[in-house]
Design a protein around this ligand. Structure first.
Ligand SMILES: *Cc1c(COP(=O)(O)O)cnc(C)c1O
Length: 360
């Protein structure tokens, strides 16, 4: 009765919302600490809130479908032409567009063993086959080997990678791109690139504009703190962008989302402040791991992944924390005995350390 491809899809399990913990465990919403979805603990720029408050009339109006101002802001920020940009309802929607222009039931996608879950969900919707490298890290030689053996239609490079937090060197990303067949599309998903400070790992959209088959993805959901507004972007050569436009529905982000992203773009200081807080608190997470004998993955993002030994069970720990009002992400569904914790404010992190220390 339904599309047969859907049988094989596991519904995306989003980070648990605060409302669920309030409902199930009777904890006051202000006492719930949510460190599960890599949101910015500082919220967003005050400029955004002010602009939304002043422009509520926009709720009744369709957005400017050319998204001119936002494209202009991105074009200045990245030194690219407006024609090289497409905006989506989160970069998630761009992933969907990409799947539409590339995939059918004879296609293959290639990804690392542990990466963003949406790549598979979109691939399966089109009946495409999923090929993975052996390692959860992005190892260029593993990618190249699979490219040569499998000739994938889409190659996903997620850097820094979610849910592991490790980043790929620019030279390794370029090596994978060079090995990719011309007919394939290489998607460089950079949702956390604002947090990357080491130059060898820092990627920019214009690094890839000379390639006919590469697209850079970014988002306002993480460092810019606009997860609730759903704004992401893809940057690539005009040919790819024109194809993506064929599958884009009109008015695909809201008027207020557009306004929010434009305003957020004017406040780079907020992003810098967020990145600085993250760096400072990340140190404390590393110290905590060392002090408690926990293994962790070196992270270039606003989250850290703690790996447990066989004495501990990630699902049990995540559930126990949830009952105490702290939401973190269990990675059991990625076949890892690990949890992913978003770096919060100092106070949120203090609470997490206090509660987690008793579990391990
Ligand atoms: C959060 C995230 C996205 C998408 O976020 P949107 O809110 O849809 O922009 C894409 N890729 C990765 C790896 C992410 O972690």
């Amino acid at each position: 009765m339904f599309n047969e491809y859907l049988k094989d899809i596991k519904t995306y399990e989003a980070g648990k919302p605060i409302e669920l913990v309030v409902r199930e465990f009777g904890i006051e919403p202000q006492n719930v600490v949510k460190l599960a979805s890599n949101e910015n603990p500082l919220g967003c720029s005050p400029r955004v809130k002010e602009a939304i408050a002043k422009n509520t009339h926009l709720a009744s109006l369709y957005p400017d479908d050319s998204m001119y101002e936002l494209k202009e802001a991105l074009s200045k920020r990245f030194g690219v032409n407006e024609k090289n940009i497409i905006i989506g309802a989160g970069s998630d929607q761009i992933l969907e567009f990409i799947s539409h222009i590339k995939l059918n039931r004879t296609s293959k996608i290639l990804r690392s063993a542990v990466t963003f879950a949406m790549y598979d969900i979109y691939a399966k919707q089109f009946g495409a086959q999923i090929v993975t490298t052996p390692s959860y890290r992005h190892i260029a030689s593993e990618f190249i080997e699979k490219i040569n053996a499998q000739n994938p239609d889409i190659i996903y490079i997620c850097t820094p990678n979610n849910p592991t937090g490790d980043a790929s060197k620019k030279e390794d990303v370029l090596a994978i791109i060079e090995a990719a067949p011309k007919e394939s599309l290489v998607v460089v998903d950079c949702a956390y690139m604002e947090y990357v400070e080491d130059k060898a790992y820092k990627l920019e959209p214009k690094d890839f504009l000379n390639y006919d088959n590469v697209i850079y993805l970014g988002t306002f959901s993480k460092a810019y703190g606009l997860g609730g507004m759903r704004v992401g972007y893809g940057i690539a050569n005009e040919n790819i962008i024109n194809m993506l436009y064929k599958v884009r529905p009109p008015f695909n982000i809201t008027s207020l989302s557009l306004l929010a992203a434009v305003e957020a773009s004017k406040d780079e200081a907020f992003v810098q402040k967020s990145v600085a807080l993250n760096r400072q608190e990340m140190h404390r997470y590393i110290e905590f791991a060392k002090k408690n004998g926990l293994e962790f993955i070196e992270s270039s993002t606003n989250f850290i992944t703690y790996l447990f030994d066989e004495k501990h069970d990630s699902s049990k720990i995540a559930n126990s924390l949830m009952r105490q009002g702290i939401i973190i992400r269990d990675l059991a569904s990625y076949a890892l005995n690990a949890v992913r914790i978003t770096i919060g404010t100092k106070e949120q992190n203090d609470k997490l350390f206090e509660v987690l220390a008793k579990e391990i």
